[in-house]
Design a protein around this ligand. Structure first.
Ligand code: NAD
Ligand code: MG
Length: 401
């Protein structure tokens, strides 16, 4: 049983991307611990209905929508029921609720590059950041890690693989993994719905097939990324920044059961793994409670029904996105930000049924190879690089879609 906590001491949490899969899982865990957590702010892009329902349930101090029209609609609806939630809009307001002095914990669960500024604001303000938005680290890994350190923030990875690695990694940080006795990190990948598909079958993949992930329920962008293995590629880059792992110290192994969430190999030959049912409430509860453990609502892992754990090497011929992500990491500088932007455009075009599944890596690689890679110096530079890569990707689309 958990100790009961004085409600006055309950932590204020801002949930960015509250209407998404991770946002809703976060609220599920928070609901299980009403004495520990208070919802301070909830944010969403355009989903007025979803955010309205959440505001009714959680009565946050602030609700933020990206656009003014959606915010006005939400404000009108909330006013009609006598709610005292203050409705704001725009990116600045996302940053405001991510860095507000009364906020302890920020769940960064906006999808894509749109999550960068609020995550940076939380880092600079020294918050406990539960980072689901991997794109922040892919785009701006060095600047974000620096902001975390300068701001005195506590960074807890929520991506299940990185959360697993964090759980089995030594607590002390080091510039080099070898100094803390670690040889390599091993990211597991489910392999997605097309793990056994031939190249010809992959070319004919439909939107509906790609959105049907075997093990995880996730938002559409990350579901397509999981099917193409770009998600694993983004996670390789994420692991590089989170754990100071060199590209050759990050391996990927396909593990279709998604029971081992990732592993750390030590120099003495020990391999430590974190296991559990594939349910994001486990890493979320870990992040919310750290260093304490909180119940999450996740059922016990039944090893007897699991019965076997399989492993195989990823096939970089059929899943070139993973190779391209390693290439971007090795290129360094602005290359991962370019990769991320091109991928966001490619996935949106695939979801809009403008391009085929195997056009995704083709477009990304074309954009990456055509770009001039620079050293990363500022967020403003990365925003410009992101916009240019999106423009190049759109140019590719206008010829090929
Ligand atoms: P989702 O699509 O279900 O939800 C995205 C949320 O972000 C929604 O609340 C949406 O309103 C908001 N949003 C979208 N665009 C926005 C914008 N331009 N400005 C402000 N808000 C915006 O996505 P998800 O599956 O919850 O994933 C969220 C993040 O977590 C992604 O970065 C993803 O890679 C990461 N992640 C998700 C999972 C998972 O299991 N779903 C696992 C690991 C990591
Ligand atoms: Mg993951």
């Amino acid at each position: 049983m958990l100790k009961s906590v004085n409600p006055v001491l309950a932590k204020n949490v801002s949930v960015l991307g509250a209407t998404g899969t991770i946002g809703l899982h976060t609220l599920d865990v928070i609901t299980q611990h009403p004495n520990r957590f208070k919802v301070f702010a909830l944010t969403a892009n355009t989903n007025v209905k979803g955010l309205f329902a959440l505001c009714v349930s959680y009565a946050p101090r602030y609700a933020v929508m990206l656009h003014a029209t959606a915010a006005n609609e939400l404000a009108t609806q909330l006013k009609a029921i006598g709610s005292s939630t203050v409705v704001l809009h725009g990116e600045e307001s996302l940053c405001y609720v991510a860095s507000h002095e009364e906020v302890d914990t920020v769940m960064a669960a906006i999808v894509g590059a749109a999550g960068l500024h609020p995550a940076m604001a939380a880092a600079k303000a020294g918050k406990r950041i539960l980072l689901a938005n991997k794109e922040t680290l892919v785009m701006a890994g060095n600047l974000f890690m620096q902001a975390v350190s300068d701001g005195g923030a506590t960074l807890l990875p929520i991506d299940s693989e990185h959360n697993a690695i964090f759980q089995v990694m030594p607590r002390q940080r080091s510039e080099q993994l070898s100094q803390i006795g670690v040889k390599r990190v091993i990211l597991t990948a489910s392999g997605g719905p097309f793990r056994n598909a031939s190249l010809d079958e992959l070319k004919a993949v439909t939107r509906a097939q790609a959105l049907n992930h075997p093990n995880w329920v996730m938002g559409p962008k990350i579901t397509v990324d999981s099917a193409s293995l770009m998600n694993k590629g983004l996670e390789v880059i994420e692991a590089h920044w989170l754990f100071n792992a060199l590209p050759n110290q990050i391996d990927v192994v396909v593990h279709p059961q998604s029971v081992i969430h990732s592993m750390v190999e030590y120099i003495d030959g020990s391999v430590l793994a974190q296991l559990g049912n594939p349910d994001m409430r486990t890493p979320i509860a870990y992040g919310l409670g750290y260093p304490e453990r909180l119940s999450s609502g996740v059922s016990s892992l039944d090893l007897l029904t699991t019965s076997r754990l399989d492993f195989s090497a990823p096939d970089l011929e059929r899943f070139p996105c993973l190779r391209i992500a390693y290439d971007a990491l090795n290129l360094g500088g602005t290359a991962p930000a370019i990769l991320n932007a091109a991928n966001e455009v490619a996935v949106a075009a695939f979801l809009a049924e403008q391009i085929g599944f195997m056009d995704i890596p083709c477009m990304i690689e074309t954009v990456l190879l055509a770009a001039s890679i620079e050293q990363v110096e500022s967020i403003a530079q990365l925003v410009a690089v992101d916009a240019m890569a999106r423009q190049h990707a759109s140019d590719w689309l206008s010829v090929h879609a």
